[in-house]
Design a protein around this ligand. Structure first.
Ligand code: BTN
Length: 309
């Protein structure tokens, strides 16, 4: 959204303001004010016009300008009604030098999961990817994944869902007290860099938001199923704001993750490149690796597919 349009919106959200006052205040013509108001209405901003002037009454849209408006984090948002994969589009943007850019879509036709799996992403979900260029060592990049999983779980909890985290970064909803769960969200993290320097990190969370659970695999659930439909604009804003807070305080990420973890205390099987490992998950390290108490002692696993037994 350009600066003048943003200024028009801000003025309208503070109460009724007349066209001439807006034009004077922003130093633009009345015709320009009218054009901005029409464009904002088309973008889903409900603007009433009365005797006292124009006033913003509601934001019903789910698109780039709507998510950017009122967002207290420094991201710009590129929205698509439909896109192949938000991570693929984010990779293109990263290649062009973008940073702090979010790709957001209502639907993905080629959504990608971890380990080359497909990810079903029908309309109504929250599918997004964030391009960042952090000044961190590659070994710290997993903290970005943990940060976005904490942010996702927190946003889901604010929407009324009992969201927890399964190591490393699935956001799940517990079923009973035995460590069983249904998956609400998965995260695909991709990065590029050299041994001592990260060039970019893309974190891509996919959240089953306003989706009928019976269209999802039995092991999955949705916000609609757990708590009713969520305002996706507010949800994305909360998620991005929380992610921004955590990336600026990387030391606080693991403690925040621990508070939401469903995996700690569970008997787990982790399928990792060096083979399978079974035991009780007892902790996570400062870099987010899982510490497992096995029959032969403690082992630390930094990546793999984790299953609660
Ligand atoms: C997983 O659990 O395997 C990770 C799933 C990640 C899906 C999200 S949806 C938004 C972003 N774009 C993609 O193509 N994938 C991620």
């Amino acid at each position: 959204m350009n600066d003048t349009r943003r200024a028009v919106l801000e003025a309208l959200s503070d109460g009724p303001v007349s066209g001439p006052d807006l034009a004077d205040g922003l130093d633009v013509s009345r015709a320009a004010v009218w054009k901005h108001i029409e464009a904002l209405r088309e973008a889903g901003f409900e603007i009433e016009s009365g005797a006292d002037g124009y006033e913003l009454s509601e934001v019903t849209a789910y698109n780039g300008p709507a998510v950017e408006f009122g967002l207290e984090a420094p991201f710009s948002v590129e929205y698509h009604d439909s896109v192949g994969s938000t991570n693929d589009r984010a990779r293109e943007l990263a290649g062009e030098g973008a940073t702090d850019e979010v790709v957001l879509a209502d639907e993905q036709t080629g959504g990608r999961g971890r380990l080359e799996r497909e990810w079903t992403a029908p309309p109504g979900g929250v599918w997004l990817s964030v391009v960042t260029r952090p000044d961190i060592a590659p070994a710290q990049a997993p903290l970005y994944t943990l940060a976005i999983s904490v942010a996702t779980a927190r946003a889901a909890r604010e929407a009324g869902v009992d969201a927890r985290i399964k190591w490393p970064n699935d956001v799940v909803v517990p079923v009973g007290d035995d460590g069983d769960y249904r998956k609400l969200s998965g995260i695909l993290t991709e990065m590029e860099g050299e041994t001592d320097r990260v060039e970019w990190v893309i974190v891509g969370p996919g959240i089953n938001a306003n989706i009928d659970a019976d269209t999802l695999p039995e092991s999955a659930t949705s916000i609609r199923e757990e708590a009713g439909d969520v305002d996706r604009r507010r949800f994305v804003q909360r998620l991005l704001e929380s992610f921004d807070d955590h990336r600026n305080d990387l030391e606080g990420v693991v403690p925040a993750w621990r508070e939401l973890a469903l995996t700690l205390g569970q008997r787990v099987r982790v399928d990792r490149p060096g083979g399978e490992i079974v035991g009780e998950a007892v902790d996570v390290t400062e870099s987010g690796a899982l510490v497992i108490e096995t029959e032969d002692g403690r082992e630390t696993v930094s990546a793999g597919d984790c299953e609660h037994l």
